[in-house]
Design a binder for this molecule. Structure first.
Ligand code: NDP
Length: 246
């Protein structure tokens, strides 16, 4: 478990759910880890304590993805404390279900700001100082490809935008040996999509293997992509969804 020794990682939305599991897994593999959060300071601090118990350095930074200045400052703060980022995980996101006809421009803007614009800003700032061989890993969704229910236009739109962005930056950064990939999770047991919610059985009914992922399942794939073994995987999307979209 030392594939990422001496690496520096930044995980957005690392206080809970997938982001917390990813931050801890990267630390288990040897990385020092900065994470961002918006509200859950206590949970973020607990994740940092676990990272430090593993003998790694960790830092939690409050940064709302809706605020472009805060996102930029968070990245710069992480770099100033831990050094240039080797592994960026664009994880923070929101999931809003709403009928098309009731969506306002404010709703549209909020979803784009959090799910897309902040990813662009964090990636741009990180990439400007990233060493050769770095990793940019973005969390998309299997709902960018296939939609089992109504009301997902903003979510699908925002997660789909990340696919084109990932391919483009794989080209832009490839000469420096930097990989850029997007992971498309399916239903994963977090506060966003609990495995015991009223909608869980509907989601299970679409799966080939009828079990929700645990956050650590997604974290394992992130850790592999971040490792040396992932060096030739770039510009692609990997779906990890219990066979929902087959
Ligand atoms: P959770 O809601 O459990 O956790 C969300 C995380 O993002 C928290 O750390 C939260 O911080 C942070 N966050 C939320 N809003 C903002 C914001 N405005 N600025 C900064 N950080 C913010 O979500 P998941 O762990 O389930 O989701 C992680 C990613 O995976 C998301 O991009 C989501 O779209 C995607 N995904 C999730 C699936 C699922 O089934 N769970 C399936 C497919 C994709 P705080 O704790 O401070 O609120």
């Amino acid at each position: 478990m030392d594939k990422l020794n001496n690496k520096v990682a930044l995980v957005t939305g690392g206080s809970r759910g997938m982001g917390a599991a990813i931050a801890k897994r990267l630390a288990q593999e040897g990385a020092n880890v900065a994470l961002t959060y918006v509200n859950s300071q206590e949970k973020a601090d607990n994740v940092i304590r676990e990272i430090e118990r593993l003998g790694r350095r960790g830092m939690a930074i409050a940064a709302d993805n809706r605020d472009p200045v805060a996102v930029r400052l968070a990245v710069e703060h992480a770099i100033a404390e831990l050094g240039p980022i080797d592994i960026l995980v664009n994880n923070a996101g929101i999931f809003e279900v709403q009928p098309l006809e009731t969506i306002t421009l404010d709703d549209f803007q909020r979803n784009i700001d959090i799910n897309v614009k902040a990813v662009f800003i964090a990636t741009q700032v990180v990439a400007s100082q990233m060493k050769d061989g770095g990793r940019i890993i973005t969390i998309g969704s299997n709902l960018a490809e296939r939609l089992p229910m109504q009301g997902l236009s903003l979510y699908a739109l925002s997660k789909s935008a990340l696919i084109g962005f990932t391919k483009a930056i794989a080209r832009d950064l490839g000469a420096r040996g930097i990989t850029a990939n997007i992971i498309h999770p399916g239903p994963t047991d977090t506060d966003m999509n609990p495995a015991d919610s009223d909608f869980a059985d509907m989601q299970r009914s679409k799966m080939s293997i009828p079990y929700y992922a645990e956050p650590r399942d997604i974290a394992g794939l992130v850790a592999w992509l971040a490792s040396e073994e992932g060096r030739y995987v770039t510009g692609t999307g990997i779906t990890i969804d219990s066979g929902t979209n087959v």
